[in-house]
Structure formats: C-alpha cells, structure tokens
Design a protein around this ligand. Sequence first.
Ligand code: ADP
Ligand code: MG
Length: 250
Amino acid sequence: MSLVVRDITKAWGGFRALDGVSFEMESSGLLGIIGPNGAGKSTLFSVVSGFIAADAGSVALDGTPLDRLGPAARARAGMIRTFQVPREFHHLTVRENLMAAAPGQSGEGLLGLFLRPGRVRAEEDAIRAEADATIDFLRLARVADTPAGRLSGGQKKLVELGRALMAKPRLILLDEPFAGVNPVLIEEIMARIRDLNGRGIGFLVIEHDLDALSRLVPRLVVMDRGRVLATGTPQAVLADAAVREAYLGG
Ligand code: ADP
Ligand code: MG
C-alpha cells in the first residue's frame, strides 16, 4: 500500500515550478520533504492533493489512480492535506471548526433538514462527539470554545491537523506544521504525529525546519528548483554533495 508520484511537471507561465518529480512512500509511513523556499514543495502538495492539475505525471494511492479526482474525492479516497497558512474559520470556535470539517453531512442541504430532521440531529451529535474526541487527543480541550482566530500559531496548526483528522484519512499531507510554532508546541505536535502514525496513519511532511523534520521522519526527499535532488535517510541526504550545495550553501 503506497502513494506513488510519477514524473509530475507543472509550469506557471514559462516557469517550471515542478520538473519531473517522482517519489514513493508507504501510505502508512512517514516521509519528509525539505528544500529551500520556492523549491516547489507546496505546489507539489497542491498537485498530489488535487487542488491544482499537473501538466504531466500521475498520482496513485494504494493502487488507485487519483489524477481525475478533485480534493474532496481524494479526501474520500483516504488522503487529505493541510495548508502552510492555516485556513481555520477565525470566528468559529475550535469545536465548530472541526465539526465543519466533517465530510458528508446530510444536514448541509435544507431539504435534508425538512425530510429527516431526526437523522440530521443524530448525525450532528455524532460529529460533535468525534470533534470532542479529536480535541481531547490534540490537548485542545481548554480552547474548544475559543474562536480559532484567537489561538497561537502552534494551536492553529493543531486545529488544522484536527480538521484533517475529521475526514478519517489514511494519509495526511502536512505543509510546514512547525513554521511559526514555539519549541514546546513543536514537540507536542511531533508527539501527536508519532502517536497517529503508530495507529497506522501515514504522514507526508513538508518542513523548513530540517532539525525538527530529521527527528520525526526516517526518510527525506530533498527538493530544489522543482526537482528531486536526493532521497534517503536524513543522515544520507545531509551528506549528499548536491544537497549541501543547494540547501546548506555548500
Ligand atoms: P515552496 O513551497 O517550496 O516554497 P512553492 O511551491 O510555493 O515553493 O513555489 C514554487 C515556485 O512556484 C515559486 O517560484 C513560486 O513563486 C511559484 N508559484 C507558486 N504558486 C504559484 C502560482 N499560483 N502562480 C504562479 N507562480 C506560483
Ligand atoms: Mg511552501
């Protein structure tokens, strides 16, 4: 069971943001992606998660081609992403943010409310219970009723993870989960990721903080200027001459 990304190319105008990117991972594994700003990491996530179409190449999850599916269908197929800049609803509470992220709510349509009010109520209760369990797991109970816009950067990253978890994915794509997060909360987020991975949920993690990422994942993909420079253990890629040149400045 794996995520297979093959030869992805994506140009913005004449500029090749992704230029033949390939990698594979166990869908229940932990893989990191590092690379300097502008390397194409977030664009790669947008292609893999279906938010933008690639010019060429393919993405398959556990043997199913995803290329024709949009983000919601890919989420239903078991894969969901978070964004580098958290997209929480500022005015909604943490609990409401998680509840809003639950997929397939029949109460979404007004018609459903008229036809089956009891069922909608039961579904909402189930979603609320799921949200509260996720909030407890993420140690966010103290801020469950706080508008998400008032949280710290690190707490917003946890809410973003919580929103992803509400879709019950097998594989989560995290875009810079440690950026702008204080060191204590970085450890907290890492602990939750390890815990979830221990329960069989895979993670593909983009991160700028090489030190933190190296402590989290056993294997890294290094990107630069739209290409994969190296793949391997953190130790191996850091010893790679091309990586040192591009990423660490020699
Ligand atoms: P990273 O996440 O590694 O910092 P990005 O994937 O965000 O890199 O960006 C890769 C390159 O593509 C950058 O040069 C960026 O300016 C460009 N780019 C990203 N998104 C767009 C877009 N929507 N339109 C035009 N150029 C873009
Ligand atoms: Mg980025």
